[in-house]
Design a protein around this ligand. Structure first.
Ligand code: S3P
Length: 177
């Protein structure tokens, strides 16, 4: 597939795991924006937030969006905040199909709290209610997607199948040739 497939969605919706599997299935290259930023800066995402602040991280994200938009044939897993900047959405959507992964707040809460240290936006002792609020604040930004996939109660394999079917059904190029 020539177009990029861009996975967006809240933290803990499985973008990286699903993106990797999807890329494998399609024989496409996989890029995770957080990992790319870490390679480029030589710092983990948590370190960037701690040492240079969120603003610096968001500007690294913006550069990454512009850079990836010039490439083709990638499966891109975006950090959860990538789509908060409409310029990033425009860039990534130029040559890409944007797919939103959704999950319910309880599932997300369970997943993100396991790896909270790696997610600087989630403070210690974050409650389910606070998480719901953050999800609600961001809801509008995630509505930029061309395709929406609900991941609740589905395995990675089922979600990948669903994405492949949607890509075909929505008139995008036949993803498996
Ligand atoms: C963020 C999500 C994280 C990472 C950073 C900020 C966000 O990525 O980019 O901690 O603003 O939602 P994941 O969605 O992969 O956790």
């Amino acid at each position: 597939m020539e177009k990029n497939i861009v996975l967006v969605g809240f933290m803990g919706t499985g973008k990286s795991a699903i993106g990797q599997r999807l890329a494998q299935r399609l024989g496409m290259n996989f890029v995770d924006t957080d990992r790319e930023i870490e390679k480029l800066t030589g710092m983990t995402v948590a370190e960037i937030f701690r040492k240079s602040g969120e603003k610096r991280f968001r500007s690294e994200e913006k550069l990454m969006a512009a850079k990836l938009a010039r490439r083709q044939g990638l499966v891109v897993s975006c950090g959860g905040g990538m789509v908060l900047d409409p310029d990033n959405v425009k860039e990534l959507g130029r040559r890409g199909v944007i797919i939103r992964l959704e999950a319910n707040a309880e599932d997300i809460y369970r997943r993100v709290m396991k790896k909270r240290q790696q997610r600087p936006l989630l403070k210690r002792g974050l409650t389910l209610e606070e998480l719901r609020q953050l999800m609600a604040e961001r809801e509008k930004s995630y509505q930029c997607a061309d395709i929406v996939i609900n991941t609740t109660s589905r395995t990675i394999e089922e979600i990948v199948e669903l994405i492949l079917a949607k890509l075909k059904g929505d008139g995008h190029e036949n993803p498996e040739g």
